[in-house]
Design a protein around this ligand. Structure first.
Ligand code: ADP
Ligand code: ADP
Length: 223
């Protein structure tokens, strides 16, 4: 589904990514795990086509991502600090991408209702983002990203700013959601436990290189 081949990305003389190769299978949830500064966010941005690699290629469903126009890449993004539109209701935030794509009103309404149900925010359509908890806001962000039916969902430390309890809850919730919708997902995290609990496959980055990659149980000795 996503094929990253020998990608290098330098800032000045510094290699943020150094000949990185990663394969992401269709429908899987892959975690990019590593300490701060290891190149995780850079790799996610390269996959999204937001950064052009100095060397190597990123192929998404047989197409070079850097050659696709942004709106045709079919990528949904969720960041640690989600920038919701604060003057819009939850409903309008989730509907945003569909309105931009000029989908029919009835279709938008049905899709938004469905997604708010899926992320457990059915009763919150009329609220504003400031009236939601941090965890609810991130669930709204996921609904917004999923609304346009992306081929790939990219999550950059989506729960990083939340309390440990809420984070644990959302992890379990995201795993269930993924089992339901099966969208190909790449998640950046520095938290090994999060990667172990959520991911089908973990790619460990260190100093801009892939240190190891495999299923959680292939990489770590779990009791
Ligand atoms: P991570 O997400 O693992 O914390 P990043 O991909 O954000 O790592 O960054 C990897 C390295 O590349 C870091 O040393 C960071 O400072 C550097 N870096 C990332 N983006 C830029 C940039 N736009 N300009 C200069 N250096 C950058
Ligand atoms: P994250 O928290 O996801 O690791 P950062 O806060 O490190 O992200 O980076 C946020 C933005 O700043 C990114 O667009 C990245 O390219 C840029 N950036 C990161 N490190 C540097 C750096 N050393 N010099 C310039 N820009 C940087």
């Amino acid at each position: 589904m996503i094929s990253v081949s020998s990608v290098s990305k330098r800032y000045g003389g510094f290699a943020a990514l150094d000949e990185v190769s990663v394969e992401v299978e269709s429908g899987s949830l892959t975690a990019l795990l590593g300490p701060s500064g290891s190149g995780k966010s850079t790799l996610l941005r390269v996959i999204a086509g937001l950064e052009v690699p100095d060397e190597g290629t990123v192929v998404l469903e047989d197409r070079d991502v850097t050659r696709l126009a942004p709106q045709r890449r079919g990528i949904g993004f969720v960041f640690q600090h989600y920038a919701a539109f604060k003057h819009m209701t939850v409903r309008d935030n989730v509907a945003f991408g569909l309105k931009v794509r000029k989908r029919p009103k009835a279709e938008i309404a049905a899709k938004v209702d469905e997604l708010l149900g899926v992320v457990g925010l059915a009763g919150y359509q009329g609220r504003h983002p400031s009236q939601l908890s941090g965890g609810q806001r991130q669930r709204m962000a996921l609904a917004r990203a999923l609304a346009v039916e992306p081929k790939v969902l990219l999550l950059d430390e989506p729960f990083g700013a939340l309390d440990a309890n809420v984070r644990a809850e959302l992890r379990a919730w995201l795993r269930r959601l993924h089992d339901e919708v099966h969208v190909t997902t790449v998640l950046v995290t520095h938290d090994q436990e999060e990667a172990m609990e959520l991911a089908d496959r973990i790619v460990v980055l260190n100093g801009g290189r892939v240190e190891q990659a495999g299923a959680p149980r292939e990489l770590y000795d779990v009791p």
